[in-house]
Design a protein. Structure first.
Length: 368
């Protein structure tokens, strides 16, 4: 008698295989074929996390969740109420921002914020400042060595970090309170000091566009007594709101203030702005929106403009169809010329390769 050739029966030892085992094999084969054809590979969460830990630069090639960490330590009731996304003051700001030309967002719409920012831990790893994602403690250590060695302002020694509102904080060789907020701010301030000698100027006024929760504002007014006023502007109501909260929380509101978008023109009327700053923000905006902000800068004849894109050394916008457009010519068309373009880790090509979130610093100056 010929043996049966039905798929669910085999001549393997022990006779017929259980259907579940065969189904599993079929699924495994189909999925393997699919991966071969598509070039995709699925690995376990544990393996993925080990890869990221050992080689953080590989994280960009993996699918790593980007949801923010939840609230860190418990907040006092009053603070928790202020940081409740349902806060009526925030709702009012959102309503006022709705039809403004600068709020034509590609990123940073309500859905992005709901998914990417936990207000109670707004200084945690989130859309404002990436911290633990794609970076290891080792990269923090490298950046710390670099910052400590190159900080001409002594800001790294003078400024502190308490990890409030979820900021990721490290300790190296007895130096506690190392965060990306602090490291990046110190590097940006040193760049400005080298380029325009901020500590030598007098009565400076700064306009920070896309100022986030006020990271650099807080650090700048604590470092440079030469700054008279530091205005934080943003086209995202949640950012304006958090920035106002944070600057007051840090007690620097006498110099640094978060200006609602619909009151910006009124607030800046008659002011001479010396320096405009845009960090990791224009790269997340449409070119039409960037042009709107550049018009504000040019109309006020702001002397210096510092830009840090999050697109390497390209000054490009983010368009709804996924393309990017060069906006450097928009800056130049408004009467600015490039004064400096430097790697973030200017004095070490190896740090620029291996340390925390490398980037490029641009400084433009009005030509006349
Ligand atoms: C990645 S965060 C950077 C925050 C801050 N500059 C820093 O370095 O800590 C990007 C910022 O750009 C702001 N932003 C997004 N769209 C904007 C727009 N159309 N105009 C101005 N700012 C915008 C966001 O609200 C957020 O504050």
């Amino acid at each position: 008698m010929p043996t049966s050739s039905l798929p669910f029966e085999t001549a393997a030892k022990g006779g017929a295989r259980p259907p579940l085992k065969i189904a599993k094999r079929l699924i495994k084969r189909t999925v393997t074929d699919l991966f071969e054809k598509t070039g995709l590979v699925v690995i376990s969460k544990k393996t993925r996390d080990r890869i990221v830990q050992m080689s953080p630069e590989a994280a960009g090639m993996l699918w790593v969740p980007t949801r923010p960490a939840g609230p860190g330590r418990a907040l006092p009731d009053e603070v928790a109420r202020a940081l409740d996304p349902a806060n009526p003051a925030l709702a009012d700001l959102k309503r006022r921002y709705a039809d403004h030309p600068a709020t034509d967002h590609v990123q940073w719409d309500d859905g992005d914020i709901e998914y990417g920012v936990d207000m109670a831990s707004f200084r945690g790893d989130n859309l404002y400042v990436f911290q633990t994602r794609r970076n290891s403690e080792m990269q923090y250590y490298l950046s710390t060595i670099y910052v400590a060695a190159c900080d001409q302002l002594d800001a790294f020694v003078k400024l502190s970090e308490d990890g409030a509102f979820g900021a990721a904080v490290y300790e190296f060789d007895g130096r506690s309170g190392v965060s990306r907020d602090l490291l990046d701010s110190v590097l940006e301030m040193n760049f400005l000091e080298r380029q325009i000698g901020l500590s030598e100027q007098t009565g400076l006024t700064v306009l920070d566009i896309g100022a986030g929760y006020g990271r650099l504002a807080h650090r700048m007014v604590e470092t440079f007594p030469t700054i008279n006023r530091y205005y934080c502007a943003d086209a995202v109501a949640t950012s304006t709101y958090l920035c106002d909260f944070y600057l007051k929380y840090r007690g620097v509101q006498n110099k640094a203030q978060s200006v609602p978008l619909d009151r910006l023109e009124r607030t800046l009327k008659g002011e001479t702005i010396d320096l405009a700053i845009n960090i990791h923000s224009f790269s997340e905006c449409k070119r039409s929106v960037i042009r709107w902000w550049l018009d504000q800068i040019a109309e006020r004849r702001v002397r210096w403009l510092m830009i840090v894109p999050n697109t390497g050394d390209a000054l490009t916008s983010a368009e709804p169809d996924g393309t990017r457009q060069d906006f450097r010519r928009d800056i130049e068309a408004r009467g600015y010329r490039l004064k400096a373009m430097r790697p973030k880790y200017e004095f070490s090509t190896s740090m620029q390769k291996f340390a925390l979130y490398p980037g490029t610093y641009f400084l433009f100056e009005r030509a006349d």
